[in-house]
Design a protein around this ligand. Structure first.
Ligand code: WT7
Length: 644
């Protein structure tokens, strides 16, 4: 610990920063802690435009909270209309680059026009406040347009990542009971077309609530259109009015639902609402990225995940920023695509994931070294703990030792960044997300809720509600209560383990539940296991995360088969395809091992801990075609595990 590197911000950076020095940070934190109502109330009033003032800043009936009670506000208005009366009217809102190299620079006025027209399209189709839309698109400007149009009318939307399969998409459409699906013909990925509309067609076959599908043409690929159900975006938009007033929505109106993996086979619909969510993403974008009006800001996430919602769309646009959006793969056509984009648009703030950083390290320094990236001012990381070696590389090779790195810890549930250095205030320690943001009462505790003390491992929790927190799980308030608020009485359980060092810095150690983190994406062991056992050859399956150099973790599956004469090599391939079909390609197991029996406790619980040891230490050797007999290890460990 003693020779841990510490990187304080440079005096120049501090002087111009939005929060200046540790005193600046401490003062904000202290205000938020001692007077939360005044703190958040003042920010909401100063930073956002409301059409009706709230009566209470928040109302906490554990575990349910409401923020800015009785207030009326519209997210789309705050991201667009209010900038039109300022110097930002012709500022670029979305700076987009397609994978093939095409470009669009959409100003705030132009974006407003596109959103109003598409909102009118939705209105003309009979959609109204309280209805639900599924958005299944690639990374094109029409994706944020669709989100902002829904937000304008109060249509609760759910963006489904374009890598999800028809089965996964179907489950989400059904759970949300969506009336409409908004999609593209296809998306470009590594020069190939991903056929999105085809996947939608497969998915909606079993979705009686869906009345219509709106298709934006991106790739120009051949897509069958079903008369009366499917419509081209451009046809519907032709001749629609550019004027569409933003609905005055309740501060607690559900803005969107985002599905994420939990510890069961069924994904959870995380519900985010309006006023508090917007304030959370607005303030954290300013604080954490030290955003200035003249910055060009780029978050490389896919909008299909929460990072894209909060830090490509709503946070940056609410602040009137120029938000860069890139359609394709980071290594297409060559491994320097990201560095090219940084150089070309003179990017100032760059936010990416540890898994991307590790892949860049492997490709070699010649790729970034070829480019002038002196415009960079702040670097960010999100998705999983960043290992100190990757941090140092990012700092030296990308930031040229000039840019603070904000390692941002947060979750789909938290809506906004919770723990992160403020770049002009909090010294960075590689590998630590550092200190909680103002208003976030984070701690590390034992199962009784008692703080574990300095440098001891425990559960990462949050004690008080914060504006951007999720409000419930879609149609499942009971699971919300049990999963997040009852494990340790009265506090929010994040599901992560952490330790706090002598300076109060948080070191997040990873998940404590059966959730894996592959390339910064959450995957549930149970969801994968249930997908595997739906395959006709599979009797039982157990899935664990295996350490992986690039993706952090990779999926390793242990499978027992039904009686039969199986060719294991073919079957392993078939099971991978099956998982791609049931969930999506990104969830494919890297390793599949066939075994006679799965190790279980005497009470019949699969001992994933043991399997984790096996895949980590490779204690049990053998390739995928080896039938393993794990019963010996099981017998040795069963007793111990039953007792723990
Ligand atoms: C889980 C949340 C938040 C957007 C991306 C993922 C892990 C995320 C960090 C970080 C250590 C991190 C946690 C968390 N995580 N960021 N900076 N340091 N761990 O969203 O899919 O909801 O996953 O990702 O384990 O619980 P998500």
């Amino acid at each position: 610990m003693a020779d841990q590197n510490v990187y304080p911000p440079s005096p120049d950076f501090v002087k111009r920063a939005c929060v200046q020095g540790m005193e600046g940070y401490r003062e904000l934190y202290q205000q938020a802690e001692s007077q939360p109502e005044q703190f958040w109330g003042a920010l909401a009033e100063r930073e956002l435009s409301w059409s009706r003032q709230w009566s209470h800043v928040f109302e906490w009936n554990p575990p349910f909270v409401r923020w800015f009670v009785d207030g009326k506000i519209n997210v789309s208005y705050n991201c667009l209309d209010r900038h039109l009366a300022t110097h930002r009217k012709n500022k670029v809102a979305i700076l987009w680059e397609g994978e093939p190299g095409d470009q669009r620079m959409i100003s705030y006025q132009e974006l407003h026009r596109l959103v109003c027209r598409f909102a009118n399209v939705l209105k003309n189709r009979g959609l109204k406040t309280g209805d639900r839309a599924i958005i299944y698109m690639g990374m094109v400007p029409e994706l944020p347009v669709a989100m902002l149009a829904c937000a304008r009318l109060g249509i609760t939307f759910s963006v489904v990542f374009g890598g999800f399969s028809a089965e996964a998409l179907k489950a989400r459409i059904q759970d949300l009971e969506a009336q409409i699906v908004i999609t593209c013909d296809g998306a470009w990925r590594r020069g190939k077309e991903v056929r999105l509309k085809q996947t939608v067609d497969e998915a909606v076959a079993d979705c009686p609530t869906v009345r219509e599908i709106i298709v934006h043409k991106r790739t120009g690929g051949d897509v069958p259109m079903q008369a009366g159900r499917d419509f081209w975006w451009s046809d519907l938009e032709a001749g629609t009015s550019e004027s569409c007033p933003a609905e005055e929505l309740d501060s607690e109106h559900p803005l969107y639902v985002l599905y994420t993996s939990g510890t069961t086979g069924k994904p959870k619909g995380i519900v985010h609402t309006t006023g508090g969510y917007l304030l959370g993403v607005h303030m954290t974008t300013k604080w954490v990225f030290d955003l200035r009006d003249e910055d060009t800001y780029w978050c490389t996430a896919d909008i299909g995940w929460v990072t894209g919602h909060s830090y490509i769309v709503f946070g940056p646009l609410s602040n009137g920023a120029t938000s860069v959006m890139y359609e394709g793969a980071p290594d297409y056509p060559q491994p320097d695509r990201f560095w090219r984009i940084i150089e070309k648009y003179r990017i100032n703030i760059f936010y990416t994931s540890p898994t991307a950083i590790r892949a860049f390290i492997r490709q070699g320094d010649q790729w970034p070294n070829r480019h002038d990236m002196s415009s960079l001012r702040v670097l960010g990381s999100v998705g999983e703990p960043i290992n100190p070696a990757a941090w140092e590389w990012y700092y030296k090779t990308i930031g040229r030792e000039r840019c603070p790195i904000v390692d941002t810890w947060w979750q789909t549930e938290t809506g906004a960044i919770m723990i992160s250095p403020l770049p002009g205030a909090v010294p960075c320690k590689p590998g630590s997300a550092s200190l909680p943001l103002p208003g976030i009462l984070a701690d590390v505790v034992d199962l009784q809720g008692n703080p574990v003390g300095t440098n001891r491992e425990g559960f990462l929790i949050v004690r008080r509600p914060w504006p951007s927190m999720f409000r419930t799980l879609w149609k499942d308030p009971k699971r919300y209560e049990e999963q997040y608020w009852q494990r340790i009485e009265g506090v929010y359980m994040t599901g992560d383990a952490a330790r706090r060092d002598e300076d109060g810095y948080f070191w997040v150690l990873g998940r404590v539940d059966d959730v894996m983190n592959v390339s910064g994406h959450r995957l549930s062991t149970m969801e994968l296991e249930s997908a595997l056992v739906r395959h006709p050859a599979v009797a039982e399956a157990a899935v664990v995360g295996k350490p992986h150099e690039i993706t952090g973790q990779a999926v390793a599956a242990f499978v027992t088969l039904k009686a039969g004469n199986w060719d294991h090599r073919d079957l392993a391939e078939d099971l991978r395809r099956w998982v791609a079909h049931e969930i999506g390609s990104f969830a494919k197991p890297e390793q599949i091992r066939f075994t006679d029996a799965l190790p279980k406790t005497r009470s019949g619980k699969i001992m994933r801990r043991l399997l984790r040891e096996i895949v980590t230490s490779n204690a049990v050797a053998g390739d995928v075609t080896t039938l393993e007999d794990l019963s010996v290890v099981t017998r040795l460990s069963a007793q111990h595990d039953d007792e723990s």
